[in-house]
Write a protein of this length. Sequence first.
Length: 76
Amino acid sequence: MYYKLVLKLAVVARTLQGTKHVKKAGYFSLVLSGILASSALLAFTLTFPYCTRAEITAPMYQITAMIDYGRLLQKA
């Protein structure tokens, strides 16, 4: 399974004009994924108190279930 990903990365690396651009894209993707994971963790931490957080098994589902769309998606 991982060999397929490495092979795909090697094919993409050839199209990006060398290792400098591959490193730049790699660092960018690491930073972006870190920011997204940190913001999701921060949202979960700020939404629920500690005792409730310990019991939740699917935190993103709980957060999305709390969204109240109101009249936004209702037909007029």
